[in-house]
Design a protein around this ligand. Sequence first.
Ligand code: NAP
Length: 343
Amino acid sequence: MSDISLSLDFSRLTQTEEEGAEEIQERDLIIIGAGPAGLTAGLYAGRAQLRPLILVGQSFGGQAATTSEMENYPGFPEGIGGLALAEQMASHAKRFEAEIAYEEVTSVDLSTYPFVINTYGGVYHAKTLIICTGTSARRLGVPGESKFIGRGVSFCATCDGYFYKDKTVVVVGGGDSALDEGLYLTRFAREVIIIHRRDRLRANPTLQRRARANPKVRFVFNSVVEEVMGEQTVKAVRVRNVNTNEESLIETEGVFVYIGLIPNTTLFKDQLELTTDGYIVTDKRQRTSVPGVYAAGDVQDPWFRQVVVAAGAGAAAAIEAERFLAEKAFEDQAEEDEETKGE
Ligand code: NAP
């Protein structure tokens, strides 16, 4: 981890313009993102009576909500759906007065204090901020992929699997997501063809065993998808064997892309320290390079990417935010007392 300065230097912080102040909502804590990290941060901050506002953006539940069956979240021995878990987390947070708003953040300014958060709906000032914007599915970037999104190309088996009853679908990727979601698709599809660019899967051994044992699953190794083809909807993928360069067509009606994730950090570029891959750099206490700004979950974690880890990080970030606010209130009071004494 890089060495990031966490000293509280408020001298460089300027007050935001008062213009249009009646529309500005002041908050002790704003949480951007409502995946497991954001919702758990909301629960902890709610219990600390910070009345946090969670801004949901485009996707409630984050990547977890696109996971059909989660078998490794503690406390659910029978497994639980990702969306169902996110809904439980949200009602838990709301029980402690966390507010959840479906507002997408358009820009943030972390160079002023309080921090400024602009959404399509308005402007917020936040004394602390927890960023839980997660990751988005990486795309193949091949011809036909964008054109057929919603017409055969999907990044969410849980959302779209049902439409492929008795059909042949392909899944691209060799990681946990590809196998997990490929197995989920076997509930509907007649055949699930997993296309992977190497001859070895990245997925964990349990998933590999389950996928290999499933008669509906077939693997096409050492191969990459070069084009998604069709008319109104997907009809086939053009596949190239990376060893022989031989090309072939695989007929399919659905293409599920699971080739990894990219962090959603565009809003914070040039404002927070990011890794070369674009993840937010945090220390062990979820602190970012700007005092009072924390990050939790997949947006700062390229290693584990587990719901339970994200939830833990969200809790830690909320505890830190509460401490930051308490210390700041103490310092502000001491300053005020000093000034009164001098009068
Ligand atoms: P991942 O582990 O990064 O795997 C991505 C897969 O896509 C890899 O097999 C990779 O191939 C392949 N790939 C990457 N770029 C490609 C390209 N341009 N063209 C073709 N193939 C490409 O991503 P993930 O499977 O989405 O998993 C993300 C994280 O979530 C992981 O940490 C995973 O453990 C976690 N997760 C866990 C579970 C679970 O515990 N049940 C379920 C889902 C996800 P290479 O192997 O050759 O690199």
